[in-house]
Ligand binder design. Structure first.
Ligand code: FES
Length: 158
């Protein structure tokens, strides 16, 4: 079992809150994701067993939502917007800069498991482009100098 007793308890509580077990798939995935940091086939099976839903239905929901990581990732998830406003204001250049600075490519995690770099579509902060989200925080009007400072601050907190 990957899920802790606490997570299983939380998922079972959700079963009491929804009329259909199927409605518990996303809350259950969220509970699992918060505990483990990603969801995969083993977790789909455990959730399936707990809420008595076919595993494939759990997998379908999990794979539809990109916010559920499917493998372990770094402590800090760097999501750089590369949509139109950010692209026009240098997102590609910033992405290349971050790749070079961290020594990883998009989709990869640094060896120290501190940073994972991904690109995302518009995060709704076009007026402050180019921008990125790291975990729950937005960083806006980015420059290479700002990126340096942000990454340095995060490293010092680690
Ligand atoms: S295009 Fe980047 S936040 Fe909208």
């Amino acid at each position: 079992m990957i899920l802790t007793e606490e997570s299983v308890r939380k998922i079972k509580e959700k079963l009491q809150q929804y009329p259909q077990p199927k409605s518990v798939i996303l809350p259950a995935l969220t509970v699992a994701y918060r505990q483990v940091g990603y969801v995969d086939a083993d977790i789909y099976r455990e959730i399936s067993h707990i809420i008595n839903i076919p595993t494939v239905e759990v997998a379908e929901a999990a794979t539809f939502y990109t916010m559920f990581a499917k493998k372990p990732r770094g402590k800090y998830l760097i999501q750089v917007c590369h949509n139109i406003s950010c692209a026009l204001l240098g997102a590609d250049s910033l992405i290349g800069y971050i790749e070079e600075k961290l020594g990883i490519k998009i989709g990869e995690t640094t060896e120290d498991n501190l940073f994972t770099l991904v690109t995302v579509e518009c995060l709704g902060s076009c007026a402050t482009a180019p921008m990125m989200q790291i975990n729950q925080d937005y960083y806006e009007k980015l420059t290479k100098e700002k990126v340096d400072q942000i990454l340095e601050d995060l490293r010092s907190k680690a």
